[in-house]
Design a protein around this ligand. Structure first.
Ligand SMILES: Nc1ncnc2c1ncn2[C@@H]1O[C@H](COP(=O)(O)OP(=O)(O)OP(=O)(O)O)[C@@H](O)[C@H]1O
Ligand SMILES: [Mg+2]
Length: 421
């Protein structure tokens, strides 16, 4: 135990969150949902039951077809004007500060229930950058996140860059003198930290860099490229007069392919726009699917199907040919996703990630060859296309795979006892 206030280490991720504390010098993650130490960063406002559910339960409620509002990738909204736009949910006026606050309060509540102690303070991870280039938005995102922790009932919060936490968690594989690069490819961001291992428990951070690119962007690319054409993207619409045609506008499809935009699509206006497309379409059957997806609110079901397809297509041990299963939209509908197509679809983004990794090193005036350890963490670091791009960029490094989904929470748990000491 440290000598500061009771502090919970929290990894608030785009896709998954986790929390923990330090016990006898080791990180201990706290079970969040039925023994699992990760909690999907998802919230469901259930309109029938008039309650809010979180994590896997939110996912089940959504898939079970309960009437309500499902939200994921909330972290990507930090720093945007949407955070403070007020809306009415379950009869109460709230905004996204309040919604993220409720999620963090739930993490706090579960941690307290599990451990029997109360946590007044939080040590939170933060991406090196929330938004790639925009300094004002990055600063605002941190202000927003701080307000979310306050809304959750924490007296105070301190922040640690996520890759720094991951480096701490991986100290066992490191030797003094190592020049290491932490590569954290998560749901919303890719973060890099170059560090020198100094002693057993001491690392010196030399450089950090991050870009806003992660697994939800991969999902978007795959959904847009492989699924949306089945719903009308790229298909022709007839003009009201004459026999000219034009391509359907992309905006509804772009939003439908984007996790955090989906909840805003189910409006009368979008439904009418889709119905108009179907009415004038050269191939109305394709657009009928779009109409139905908006009517039945199937946007998240599609997004889950895309994510599952991505993970299946990346699995070298998979036996069935990988596909994105869209039976929820129409019986038997599916989009093929062979590994080669997955790699080709994500090649540009993987290259951007590798380039950002290289830049982290060159900005610190080292060469790629100087790096002798690359440590992968984050769920999206499991993708071969990403690993291959990084290996090409750092040919001299020994590659380690940390705990993809929990390394950051482990590091925050380790550091939590001293965060306010
Ligand atoms: N086996 C897998 N293969 C490929 N991608 C995966 C796999 N498992 C999880 N992912 C992807 O990893 C992402 C989640 O990773 P992680 O939990 O590290 O992100 P996060 O911490 O929530 O996000 P961030 O750190 O960007 O805020 C999701 O996009 C998910 O689809
Ligand atoms: Mg993360």
């Amino acid at each position: 135990m440290g000598n500061g206030p009771a502090t919970l280490g929290i990894d608030f991720g785009t896709s998954n969150s986790a929390a923990g504390m330090r016990i006898d010098g080791s990180p201990r993650l706290i079970p969040m949902e039925g023994g699992e130490t990760t909690l999907p960063t998802a919230v469901f406002f259930d309109f029938d039951a008039q309650q809010v559910v979180y994590g896997r339960a939110a996912q089940s409620a959504l898939i079970g077809g309960d009437e309500g509002r499902y939200m994921r990738a909330l972290k990507s909204l930090l720093g945007t004007p949407l955070m403070r736009e007020s809306r009415v949910l379950l009869g109460k006026r709230t905004d996204f500060i309040g919604i993220v606050g409720r999620f963090l309060a739930e993490v706090k509540r579960r941690a307290e229930k599990e451990t029997g102690q109360s946590f007044t303070h939080a040590l939170s991870g933060r991406p090196v950058r929330f938004h790639s280039a925009d300094a004002d938005r990055n600063a605002q995102a941190l202000v927003d996140l701080r307000d979310c922790y306050a809304a959750a009932g924490f007296e105070d919060v301190r922040f640690m860059p996520e890759p720094e936490a991951a480096a701490l968690a991986n100290r066992a594989v490191l030797e003094p003198g190592d020049l290491g690069l932490i590569v954290d490819i998560g749901g919303g961001t890719s973060d890099f930290t170059l560090f020198r291992q100094e002693g057993e428990d001491a690392i010196q951070i030399l450089q950090s860099h991050g870009i806003r690119l992660g697994g939800t962007d991969f999902d978007k690319e795959l959904s847009f490229g492989q699924v949306m054409p089945h719903l009308g993207l790229g298909h022709q619409i007839k003009h009201a007069f004459g026999d000219k045609t034009h391509e359907a506008p992309v905006s509804i499809f772009a939003d439908l392919a984007t996790w955090q935009k989906i909840p805003f699509l189910y409006t009368r206006e979008t439904r009418k726009a889709a119905a108009d497309l179907a009415r004038y379409a050269v191939d109305p059957d394709v657009f009928a699917r779009l109409v139905q997806v908006l009517e039945d609110e199937l946007g998240h079901d599609i997004a889950f199907a895309v994510e599952a397809g991505k993970i299946a297509a990346n699995d070298p041990a998979a036996t069935a040919p990988p596909r994105i299963k869209l039976g929820i939209v129409e019986k038997g509908l599916e989009a093929e996703l062979p590994a080669a197509l997955l790699a080709a679809s994500l090649a540009d983004m993987a290259a951007q990630i590798a380039e950002a990794g290289l830049r982290t090193v060159t900005d610190a005036e080292y060469a790629a060859e100087d790096v002798n350890r690359v440590i992968f963490v984050g769920g999206s670091s499991l993708l071969s296309v990403v690993q291959d791009a990084m290996r090409r960029a750092f040919p001299a490094a020994e590659v380690h795979h940390g705990a993809a989904l929990t390394a950051i929470a482990d590091g925050l748990a380790l550091a939590s006892s001293r965060a306010f000491a």
